[in-house]
Ligand binder design. Sequence first.
Ligand code: AMP
Length: 573
Amino acid sequence: WKMVEEILDPEEVIHEFEELSRDAWRVQRETLKKILDENGETEYLKRWGLNGSTDAGVFRERVPIVSHQDLEPHIQRIADGTNPRLFTRKPITTISLSSGTTQGKPKFVPFNDDLMEATMQIYKTSFAFRNREYPISNGKSLQFIYSSKQFKTKGGLTAGTATTNVYRSLQFKKTMAAMQTPCCTPDEVIFGPDFNQSLYCHLLCGLLFREEVQVVSSTFAHSIVHAFRTLEQVWEELVSDVRDGSLSGRITVPSIRTAMAKLMKPDPEAADAIRDGLSKLSNWYGVIEELFPNAKYVYGIMTGSMEPYLKKLRHYAGGLPLLSADYGSSEGWIGANVNPRSPPEEAAFAVLPNIGFFEFIPVSDNDAEKHAVGVNGVKVGEEYEIIITTFGGLYRYRLGDVVKVKGFHNTTPELQFVCRRNLLLTVNIDKNTEKDLQLAVESAAKKLSPSPHKLELVDFTSRVDSSREPGHYVIFWEISGEAPDGVLQECCNCLDASFVDAGYVSSRKTGSIGELELVTVKRGTFQKILDHYVGLGAAVSQFKTPRCVSPANDTLLQILCSNSVRNYFSTAY
Ligand code: AMP
């Protein structure tokens, strides 16, 4: 059976998007009507008494804004198979693991074909606009993408990260083919069980297809930086594989070996060319451009928590443009980057008005929930928390992101990503909130008490240390007395293992986040921190220890560092 290859017509896709965005508010109301016509009779929606109404005003009045936490027990019922039709008329059969955790468990969100469709529409839309500026034809893409393990929930639903659900789908392959950039790497590599082996083979496939590669990409830009950092280490081995046409012994997964063997034959000429090219480089500047002479650009999400990697990415890319990818989440997609020429720092995402119903609550407003507005009510320059209603069964769901309206494309807003509303710790794809940190610290601190000294944790805070690659979490502890090194080492390992966010766990396993560091600080350090804040005018009765120290907070860092006693690095992974 062979897939019929359809080539995407960018002008047609752009035309469709222009039509949709011309009267975005009308399309939004129609989209809401579609969602409610389809799902209005579900248990969840019936309880809000819409009585068949599909009007945006009535919807806003009666259906409450909810967070993931509010929906958790319901989603659990879906995952348990108790009621797979709770949110949607069609039963939910797949669960996505979104980043972040709730109460120390990975966060589940429903996934279905409509969300998959929306994903493809986003991919195609931004591709069409990219293609106008940087045309691709009959090429391949080198995509540093990896799948997570899929598992079955208690109710027999398939669960995995949203990207895994996407990469495993036939639609994804069709769309990549339609964009004339199918992945140059075989599925066995993408879905391999060992991240490091997959990464090595992605690089090797890139070299084998280096003339055809027209795009180098990943979901989040961090993976590209990580890949080329690895290339710096293993390039000689890669070159020798190309030369001999045989695969390095470091690849041990049989399915990967079999798949790779089909692509390889001895090619000393290519090996010499690659070696010469690399030896010309100074400190790996422009390595992507050098290795892939026909690459048009580097592509991936470069905004938000990815911004710190831009510098390194630019260095590796050399003269190639960096194009920032779209905006969405496991819960649903939101907007496409339709201005591929704007630098990643300024990237904005045009809302696709037919993939969901979007509301915005002003961040500056005290009584904000009451003042949620639609795409027709947002103002340029204002910041909003985004609320989504999707075909995937989420109604007025707080995504937890803050966005800023940069302008409009026709009448649809273009959003810039500002930050996670409650985000605390993040290095790359990991996201841990204050609550996650608190739970990790709680369970690790239990290891202090059995020691004969009756030690307790006085206070704690954290930060991300990105001064060395890869970045890592640092947790500062003030303890009531002296704990033995062995105990503290155990605490440190326990902290590391207690962050169960899927993004953190996978990044730790792959080494794209470094060992967690536990730093003990002198008695009285947190008192000094309090003094510092009080000195700035904070009220003692309302004082809350900052649980995460931003790199900009020099004074606080200074207090912590000058009072540090000892540090420990986790060996948990
Ligand atoms: P996940 O929960 O793993 O699906 O991650 C979704 C979250 O990643 C979003 O809610 C955002 O916080 C972040 N994110 C996704 N796309 C972008 C983007 N283009 N720029 C910045 N942050 C993004």
